[in-house]
Design a protein around this ligand. Structure first.
Ligand code: AP5
Length: 195
């Protein structure tokens, strides 16, 4: 199985990505986690990633591709993947589609998790109290939601037009969201694939 998880901050990409990767026995690749890991190095790229993540802005596309592409291609060859948080704009989607076509990789579905902004803000503020993630401040959360609306939400129609979008209501307990995604994936017909 090869899935992309598309969702605003707090909708549950990380939560569902982790559970689904275990249920489907494929790798879970979170662009946010991989970039945070890369940001721990002591070089100028790491510094650039830290600055963008702290402000809630998208990291430059070339850097994201450099970090993520080898891992996705490796996971594709090893049996499948759940990619959470990539692509984040139409340019990333187009570059990824070209790369995927070049390597013969297809995607079975793009799962779009949606919930109202106030639900997302509450979840992220609650996480801030528990975990203290540096971009979970009220101001940066708002900015991340704005960035999603402006940069990432056009991907909903982009993937819907390509016939691979599964829209899932994420404002339910996590287990119900997982069950819904798995039911919807089971309904996919063979051949329902797009680069
Ligand atoms: P990233 O790490 O992807 O953060 P995000 O998109 O802001 O998403 P979150 O991790 O905040 O939320 P989530 O949807 O994963 O929800 P989660 O499951 O954690 O990206 C961070 C930054 O990295 C970006 O701002 C950008 O700078 C950079 N970046 C990443 N990818 C990039 C790309 N492709 N291009 C450029 N830059 C990129 O859940 C959140 C909370 O809600 C948790 O506490 C969880 O327990 C709870 N929760 C989850 N589901 C439910 C539920 N159903 N009911 C109740 N609570 C729930």
């Amino acid at each position: 199985m090869r899935l992309l998880l598309l969702a605003p901050p707090g909708a549950g990409k990380g939560t569902q990505g982790w559970v689904l990767s275990h249920r489907l026995d494929v790798a879970h690749l979170s662009s946010g986690d991989l970039l945070r890991e890369r940001a721990e190095a002591r070089d100028s790229c790491a510094q650039l990633i830290r600055e963008h993540q702290m402000q809630g802005d998208l990291v430059p596309d070339a850097l994201v591709l450099e970090v993520l592409a080898p891992k996705v291609l490796h996971a594709a060859a090893a049996g499948g993947f759940i990619v959470d948080g990539f692509p984040r704009n139409v340019q990333q989607a187009e570059v990824a589609a070209d790369l995927a076509a070049k390597h013969g990789v297809t995607v079975d579905a793009v799962v779009y998790l949606h919930a109202a902004a106030e639900v997302l803000v509450q979840r992220l503020l609650a996480r801030a109290e528990r975990e203290g993630r540096s971009d979970d401040t009220p101001q940066v959360i708002r900015h991340r939601l704005d960035v999603f609306e402006r940069e990432t939400s056009p991907l909903v129609s982009y993937y819907r037009k390509r016939g691979v979008l599964l829209a899932v209501d994420a404002d339910r307990p996590p287990e119900q969201v997982t069950a819904d995604i798995l039911d919807r994936l089971a309904e996919l017909t063979p051949g329902h694939r797009a680069p």
